[in-house]
Design a protein around this ligand. Structure first.
Ligand SMILES: [Zn+2]
Length: 141
């Protein structure tokens, strides 16, 4: 699903839009969806900030399936939302780097993920809010 819709540099290079598919953060890898979401050192650092047990061997779709077997059960009701919040903010940070040459630090991206979850918290059902609140409470300011 994500692989066909997100215009990462590898896709744009295949379409002849750009000449290089290199990661805009200069990590030396090609910019694929997997790289953006899973294996780029920046994505790894953001997930590690949250203590999420995701390895670079996981695929993007694993975030919504296999990884659920590795997380504390208290996170299950908010896991998909938090995963989307992280993917969304990795994508936004990448766009700022590519289009505006603005490089967000890892703590800035982590804060944006937290703020996104807090914003989306307002739309959650009560049982999801309890899980989200547990996750939010685990973050230190
Ligand atoms: Zn990278």
């Amino acid at each position: 699903m994500l692989k066909k819709r997100i215009k990462v540099r590898a896709t744009l290079q295949l379409q002849g839009v750009i000449a290089s598919n290199a990661c805009p953060y200069g990590c030396g890898n090609s910019k694929t969806v997997h790289h953006l979401a899973i294996s780029c050192p920046r994505a790894v650092a953001v997930r590690q900030s949250f203590g999420f047990p995701i390895s670079t061997n996981h695929e993007v779709q694993d975030l919504f399936s296999l990884v659920k077997n590795l997380i504390p059960s208290v996170w299950l009701r908010v896991w998909d939302t938090m995963t989307v919040a992280i993917l969304w903010n990795l994508w936004l940070a990448r766009n700022c780097k590519v289009f505006d040459n603005v490089r967000f630090t890892i703590p800035m991206v982590v804060r944006q993920c937290q703020d996104t979850l807090k914003l989306w918290f307002l739309r959650m059902k009560k049982i999801e809010k309890q899980a989200a609140q547990h996750l939010i409470d685990s973050w230190t300011d």
